[in-house]
Ligand binder design. Structure first.
Ligand SMILES: NC(=O)c1ccc[n+]([C@@H]2O[C@H](COP(=O)([O-])OP(=O)(O)OC[C@H]3O[C@@H](n4cnc5c(N)ncnc54)[C@H](OP(=O)(O)O)[C@@H]3O)[C@@H](O)[C@H]2O)c1
Length: 259
């Protein structure tokens, strides 16, 4: 018998849904009968995604045009308010808005970059996730069902990299929170992707660089957003009730740590 993920009729907010992994997660959740709210800055891409979801037989998603979430100033709370207004309640939160490079510093951001630049990366890749998560947790506890799924990233640095500290913060935050809310039916997990073809990957890696990097990936190539989305839908489902506080890499064995 086919596995029933028991997701039909649930609700989800997916940030960073205009492109890449967030988009893949929104498509996969909608295909399971989840009513989704999709957030990002580019409305036209969210409209395209909504049409694609409907064409595939899913429920039309609510579109949430977000402010720049790398800028402090309550953007996460605005997104939360709009998502709740659209969906009534939220069972599943997929935090996928993020980036591994500051657009003002293509390549590697130097360690003497101004505080504002470092703070923006922390704001987008950690503070926004923390704010949105904590704002939605009370409703999840009340309804005795909640799934927080953070698309994080690697935390073991080659050298100083803007994305490592906020991703490590996400893992620590999620672990601590997971222990506090588990008894209420709420799980909190993180997925650090390996190398997944997405908008930022196509922007940051030339074809030659992708070829070189592929040599270090045991299966020999980059993954696809659906490779992450398959785990997202499982973690979102009631079947994953006993998985929490976990950091589950989806990277085809790219990283070599074992634990
Ligand atoms: N792909 C990989 O191999 C990989 C590896 C490690 C970690 N990750 C992590 O996975 C997450 C998703 O990345 P991705 O690769 O799927 O990237 P992507 O294809 O570039 O998509 C990023 C998404 O985040 C939104 N976003 C970016 N900056 C934003 C901002 N300042 N304010 C609001 N929304 C913003 C974008 O939408 P708009 O531009 O329309 O707002 C877009 O929907 C990120 O946290 C990234 O660090 C990815």
């Amino acid at each position: 018998m086919a596995m029933d993920l028991e997701l039909e009729g649930r609700t989800a907010l997916v940030t960073g849904a205009s492109r890449g992994i967030g988009r893949g997660a929104a498509l996969a959740l909608a295909a399971e009968g989840v009513k989704v709210a999709v957030g990002a800055r580019r409305r036209e891409l969210l409209e395209e995604l909504a049409d694609e979801i409907v064409a595939a037989g899913g429920k039309r998603p609510a579109i949430i045009v977000t402010p720049d979430l790398a800028v402090a100033g309550g953007g996460a709370y605005k997104v939360k308010d709009e998502a709740l207004a659209a969906l009534g309640h939220i069972d599943i939160l997929v935090n996928s808005a993020g980036r591994s490079q500051n657009p003002d510093y293509p390549g590697r951001m130097p360690y003497d970059a101004p505080d504002t630049a470092w703070d923006q990366e922390m704001q987008l890749n950690y503070v926004t996730i923390r704010q949105l998560t904590l704002a939605l947790i009370p409703g999840m506890i009340e309804r005795k069902y909640g799934r927080i799924i953070n698309i994080s990233g690697k935390t073991e640095p080659w050298q100083l990299h803007t994305a490592n500290p906020p991703k490590a913060a996400v893992h620590g935050f999620s672990k601590g929170l997971s222990r506090q809310v588990a008894k209420h039916g709420v799980t909190v997990n993180s997925i650090p992707p390996g190398k997944i073809i997405s908008e930022q990957i196509l922007r940051n890696y030339s074809e030659q660089q992708r070829k070189e990097t592929s040599k270090w990936i045991p299966s020999g190539g980059f993954g696809d957003p659906s490779d992450i989305a398959n785990l997202v839908v499982f973690l979102a489902s009631p079947l994953a009730r006993y998985i929490t506080g976990a950091v589950i890499p989806v990277d085809s064995g790219f990283r070599r740590y074992a634990y």
